[in-house]
Design a protein around this ligand. Structure first.
Ligand code: DON
Length: 303
């Protein structure tokens, strides 16, 4: 293939011609209405380049991808305070599982499962202010797109059905690990998850993770902290499919039930893919397949 554009077009076409199976989540009704057969990819290079194919400029619901930006903001406000409250281990369990939390006295395994992200939301409320606003500010600035916003319909749709997350947050509050104002934590968490942005926005917004923490106007994180975030993405970013993703793609990644997946190629680029159909673990079938295809033709895997 002559150029990265040719390669991206080829990989997009390959996945496009074998449409993925899978379906959208039903517990966020507004997401179930998104047309399922869309497929987008954007590759943002550390040199400022941008290569795209398909539905790369269509906004999608970030969902758990927002947890990555929330984590970065919480770390930039002081990693010790945050790590005093949660762990860094893969859970090997569903992203919304209640089981481990009881075993571990309300201390979440990692910041990407829902329990951990609810705790990060609570932490941000204390150290920075409204978590959804903090995430919005970061992604708008890094993507250079002031139009990125919360999709209030998606937020309301999830909030009305957030019984599982409420159970997680109430359990943590009962253990004293999360603030007792659970409704406030849930409101900010669901609005943060409902931020809508395109693959192009996402690839640019996360580019600091491929650039040793360097954002558009200065460091978002230190180089050491950036390495650690990438390590957490690799081990925990795709929940109980983190092993499969490491095997097939071999890059730090973060998925969301909106169908997006971000993958970081340290020192080179960030790839954002989006395709709404999900597998049983809540990860984009077409998105992961597209990343797998791309890595098969490049030396991008970290292994
Ligand atoms: O809290 C939830 O269940 C959703 N707002 C986010 C879950 C999610 O995106 C899991 N990722 N694949």
């Amino acid at each position: 293939m002559d150029s990265l554009q040719d390669l991206v077009d080829h990989c997009w076409q390959t996945v496009r011609t074998a449409p993925p199976d899978g379906r959208q989540v039903s517990y966020i009704p507004a997401l179930a209405r998104v047309p399922a057969d869309q497929l987008g990819i954007a590759v943002a290079g550390v040199d400022g380049s941008m290569v795209t194919a398909g539905d790369s400029s269509t906004p999608f619901s970030l969902q758990s991808i927002s947890k990555l930006f929330a984590l970065c903001e919480a770390l930039s406000a002081g990693p010790e305070q945050l790590w005093a409250r949660l762990d860094k281990e893969p859970s090997g369990d569903r992203f919304d599982s209640l089981m481990l939390l009881e075993h571990e006295a309300g201390r979440p395994r990692n910041p990407f499962i829902n329990a951990g992200a609810l705790l990060v939301t609570d932490h941000l409320r204390t150290v920075r202010g409204d978590a959804a606003e903090v995430v919005l500010e970061l992604v708008r600035r890094e993507a250079g797109n002031a139009g990125i916003a919360v999709d209030e319909e998606v937020a309301a749709s999830e909030r009305a059905m957030s019984h599982r997350n409420a159970a997680l947050a109430h359990y943590m509050a009962s253990c004293g690990t999360v603030d007792p104002d659970v409704p406030a934590v849930l409101d900010q968490y669901t609005r943060m998850c409902a931020v809508a942005a395109s693959c192009e926005d996402m690839a640019k917004a996360a580019l600091f993770l491929a650039r040793a923490g360097q954002g558009v106007d200065g460091p978002v994180l230190s180089a050491a902290e950036t390495r650690r975030v990438n390590a957490l993405m690799l081990t925990c970013g795709l929940y109980d499919a983190a092993g499969d993703f490491a095997y097939r793609v071999g890059l730090p990644g973060k998925s969301g039930v909106g169908g997006g997946v971000l993958a970081v190629v340290p020192g080179q680029c960030v790839v954002a893919v989006w395709s709404p159909r999900l597998d049983a673990r809540g990860n984009s079938v077409g998105g992961v397949r597209l990343l797998e295809e791309l890595v098969r033709h490049t030396d991008w895997s970290v292994f």
